[in-house]
Write a protein that binds this ligand. Structure first.
Ligand SMILES: [Zn+2]
Length: 368
């Protein structure tokens, strides 16, 4: 649909509280101006006087939903984000993602991250939808996650260089590293979301990180461990994930692949039961090209997924989640986790008009 004019879409809307038939979304200059039942006075006023051809009536079977938001994505369309960020964005947009953080992992080192940040900063000026950078490292527990093996402690002289571009929106670190608390405070003071993960921290370090501003757990139940040595006989070790589940201020990223390789599906159900669906954030952690398999392997090691958010959403559907729940997990709550819910992630007035049209099985996806 054109971006610079007034138009409306009529169809079955997927809102947080359910599916609403006969709904009207009015758009002006790329922003949602109206979201209301077709029978309401507001909708009538909006539709009144619209020029011919700018009201789109969707098939009543179709679903009108907010486009996906992905806060953890490394690759797409045959490229890593540090190589060709615009191509990554275009690939995921073709599968329904309108906004994303492009993620840089520790395997490329600090210099690779600096080059990647520069490229992504440039792409943000040319390609719509890239919200910024998520640095996944370099300050992670060296024993946890793929491409493990080298340890780096947070050093202000280094991380100030990584953060100086102003495009980093989120940074994942392991709270047990020396200097992690100062890093966490430095991130929070710059308005960057501190995220914790790839960690074996126990209750004390997790608590400290949350007090210092940590707000997101990076792929919970994945690449995490525990640091307890001798525990009383009969008690299983209490690790990073359990310590995180006890917190109240966190958003929980999770990777839903079809085989439960990153997180068992029962792990996702356990997450829902402990923290509630309203704190959960679906991510792709896409690291490779989709060729019929959800997961990505490098040198025999599990390394992220090959999914778009459409695949993730379909896996959630197969697990039994409803469409309104799925779009909270894949659109609204990711936006909340990084504080951009006033811009993207819902069909509310004032948000960017990132309208996604799909079918009840999420097989075909179109961004209007
Ligand atoms: Zn990742």
């Amino acid at each position: 649909m054109p971006q610079s004019v007034r138009y409306a879409v009529y169809g079955r809307a997927c809102l947080p509280d359910g599916l609403h038939p006969d709904w009207v979304i009015g758009v002006e200059d790329g922003v949602i101006g109206l979201s209301a039942p077709a029978a309401s006075i507001q909708a009538e006023n909006w539709l009144h006087g619209l020029p011919d051809g700018v009201l789109r009536r969707c098939d009543p079977e179709q679903i009108l939903a907010p486009a996906f938001v992905d806060i953890h994505c490394h690759a797409g369309g045959g490229y890593m984000a540090y190589e060709n960020p615009a191509a990554v964005m275009r690939y995921h947009r073709a599968h329904g993602t309108a906004a994303m953080l492009q993620t840089l992992y520790r395997d490329i080192g600090v210099d690779g991250m600096l080059r990647g940040i520069g490229r992504i900063a440039q792409a943000m000026r040319e390609e719509q939808g890239i919200l910024g950078v998520h640095l996944e490292g370099p300050y992670l527990n060296p024993a946890l996650g793929s491409m493990a093996g080298f340890a780096l402690s947070p050093d202000p002289a280094v991380y100030n260089r990584l953060l100086q571009h102003g495009v980093v929106r989120m940074c994942t670190f392991a709270p047990e590293l020396e200097g992690a608390e100062a890093l966490c405070r430095a991130l929070a003071s710059r308005g960057i979301v501190p995220a914790i993960g790839h960690s074996a921290a126990g209750r004390r370090f997790v608590r400290r990180a949350v007090e210092a501003g940590a707000r997101v757990v990076t792929h919970v139940f994945n690449a995490s461990g525990h640091s307890e040595g001798n525990v009383p006989r009969g008690t299983r070790p209490f690790g990073f994930d359990e310590a995180c589940l006890l917190e109240d201020a966190l958003w929980y990223e999770f990777i839903c692949d079809s085989g439960g390789l990153h997180v068992r599906h029962d792990g996702i159900r356990l997450l829902e039961k402990t923290v509630g669906l309203h704190r959960m954030v679906a991510i792709t952690d896409c690291c490779g090209e989709w060729q019929g398999e959800d997961v990505n392997f490098r040198n025999g090691e599990l390394m992220g997924s090959c999914m778009c958010m459409q695949h993730v959403a379909r896996n959630l559907l197969h697990m039994g989640y409803s469409l309104p729940q799925i779009f909270r997990l894949t659109s609204y709550q990711p936006a909340c986790a990084i504080g951009v819910q006033h811009l993207v992630g819902s069909l509310l007035p004032g948000r960017q008009a990132n309208l996604l049209l799909t079918d009840p099985g999420l097989e075909q996806i179109e961004l209007l």
